[in-house]
Write a protein that binds this ligand. Sequence first.
Ligand code: DAT
Length: 177
Amino acid sequence: MAQESGKRKKPNILVTGTPGTGKTTMSTALAEATQLNHINIGDLVKEKNLHDGWDDELDSYILNEDLVCDELEDAMEEGGNIVDYHGCDFFPERWFDCVVVLQTDSSVLYDRLSKRGYKDAKLSNNVECEIFQILLEEAKESYAEDKVVALKSNNIEDISRNVETLTDWIRNWSIPI
Ligand code: DAT
């Protein structure tokens, strides 16, 4: 993970991965540990109506990428944000100093998503998305290789370790060189 010599005093981190891999859980803990600002894109889209309506088939809002990017521009320029979303290819590459892709074994993910009430196509599509590492591929295609890191998120110990690793990285990033 390389350090960026932009004008930001604090780094911006993107936490991505298939739904259910633990983005919100990990981002919440990381924000608490570092005092960085956690932005859950799904919640933001709902709160500020940054969408083009509801997709019945996908059972989710149709996110409007332009509205989301306009909404975030000032905060991202300022720095110090943890952005949490199950997609990563429409954000400007310059926004992020580190892109974390959380990964979960498919059987564990299946149980988590079933508990969340996902069924049928929605459940199998998301598990397949994880098996084929779609989000890792998307991150590698969208960001410089040295910014992308894949982290396992199968259990509570993984969350603690990931938060520790990223907290250290954030502290080191913030020290002027
Ligand atoms: P996401 O934001 O990626 O959709 P989440 O943070 O909402 O995922 O987590 C989904 C559920 O799984 C939630 O009940 C918490 C649990 N979970 C997430 N990561 C976990 C982990 N590493 N170990 C155990 N449970 C986890």
